[in-house]
Design a protein around this ligand. Structure first.
Ligand SMILES: [Zn+2]
Length: 60
């Protein structure tokens, strides 16, 4: 599975439809809108979807 943020393929499955990117250390899922999360220091997940959209626009 390719990371939607950095396009790396160094990702690992962490749950149903849920993947972790070893390159930029985010979690993302492949269902629906493809939500992306950053893992904060306390272990909670922060949604990064706005960031992903910005990158997407910049890359085109
Ligand atoms: Zn990545």
């Amino acid at each position: 599975m390719q990371c939607p943020i950095c396009r790396s393929k160094q990702t690992g499955k962490v749950g149903a439809d849920q993947y972790f990117c070893w390159s930029c250390f985010v979690e993302f899922n492949t269902r629906g809108q493809g939500e992306v999360y950053e893992i904060s220091e306390d272990g909670s997940l922060l949604a990064l979807n706005d960031y992903a959209e910005d990158l997407d626009k910049a890359g085109r």
